[in-house]
Design a binder for this molecule. Sequence first.
Ligand code: GAP
Length: 448
Amino acid sequence: MADADVMDKLVSLAKRRGYIFQSSEIYGGTGSVWDYGPLGIELKRNVKERWWSSMVHQRDDIEGLDAAILMHPKVWEASGHVDGFTDPLVECSNCNRRFRADQPDIADGQCPVCGSKETFSEPRSFNLMFKTFMGPVEEQANVVYLRPETAQGSYVNFLNVQQSARQKVPFGIAQIGKAFRNEITPGNFIFRTREFEQMEMQFFVEPGTDDEWFERWKAERMEWHLSLGIRREKLRYHEHGPDELAHYAKTAVDIEYEYPFGWKEFEGIHNRTDFDLSRHEEHSGKRLEYIESHSGTRFIPYVIETAVGVDRTVLVTLCDAYREEEVDGDERVVLGLAPHIAPIKAAVFPLVKKDGMPEIAERIHADLRRSAINAFYDASGSIGRRYRRQDEAGTPFCITVDGQSTEDQTVTVRDRDSLEQVRVSADQLVTWIRDRVDEAAQAAGGAV
Ligand code: GAP
């Protein structure tokens, strides 16, 4: 299967099964903005909950924060985003389309849209921040930006969090939230979009210990990705060379994934030194240093940042899970999502719509839902078709109520991947499914 085909198939499966829809589709769509449907939002929530649990709930040295998207405009002057968060933009003189000057085909002198070898305009800096106005008057004094990263909210709240939570350095601040970038060349489905969500953690450390913490976080983050069930051979590190470093970073490494369109960034881990806190000190006139209680020593902490997109994680899990295979001469499409992140854990089918089977199936479905196991009831079409729909949706377990169920209250449970079928007592199903989901999480190396 050609790699380009995989992306097309994934986009169409995502729509068909209710994972992801193009934003404002009935109006022709909005460029590179996507909406998450009933299954997409569940997958997204599972990803976010696992990140939050591993960062905040399972550790005592990281606190959560939910800072606002709109911040004081001086924040973005201090952070360097007003001057430095730019991409070089060129325009094709033939079709007038605009591109990033550093795209490979542009560097080769050919327009990727019209193929023209006409000259491009001189590169000019294009700021990626979305600008808007606070209040009813649209003038320069009222400009605010939609944040391009959540990180700055953690820096300006560094002392608020440290003092209220009585944390000692080293400690971290974790946030999950929306970010916005007016990307010149968004694309590849939800890989690069203009509105997206980030899961970022800023870890404040004593200067001199930053290199060691950088290495620790680099390793921790790789383990987290593996805990989602992502294949190890599809992940690698990419150390940034001096010309790739963001304006705030001393060292940086990306965790890359091999997407159908090649190896590209999945997560960034950065040593941001004391750049951000020092700049906020300068620009706000407020001290942001940390005072060690036992020694009275003062310093501005260094920051090790881990930054990953929620949407990008969803894309990686979908790409990694997608497969086509033949079963008994029939083609099937499977989303082999790990059970602990799959949106629906179990589907419940009555074999036929009579002889008391729907009643038992409905009861099982209600039991599962009451126990907070996301389950789906389906009584329409042949069993084979119902299996195929759930295979595509990524549902790991399909429960069928058949004639025997009405006699002995057992059901068959079919495993999406091995296709094995076992009989389980209906009153044991909640525990049975929970155990399998927990086992999958443990096997992938993460806590439930
Ligand atoms: N605070 C640092 C920061 O924002 P980044 O490497 O620019 O660093 C971090 O972004 C992560 O956010 C990326 O690794 C990616 O997962 C996600 N991301 C960045 N830009 C994105 C975009 N336009 N669309 C989707 N995800 C994006």
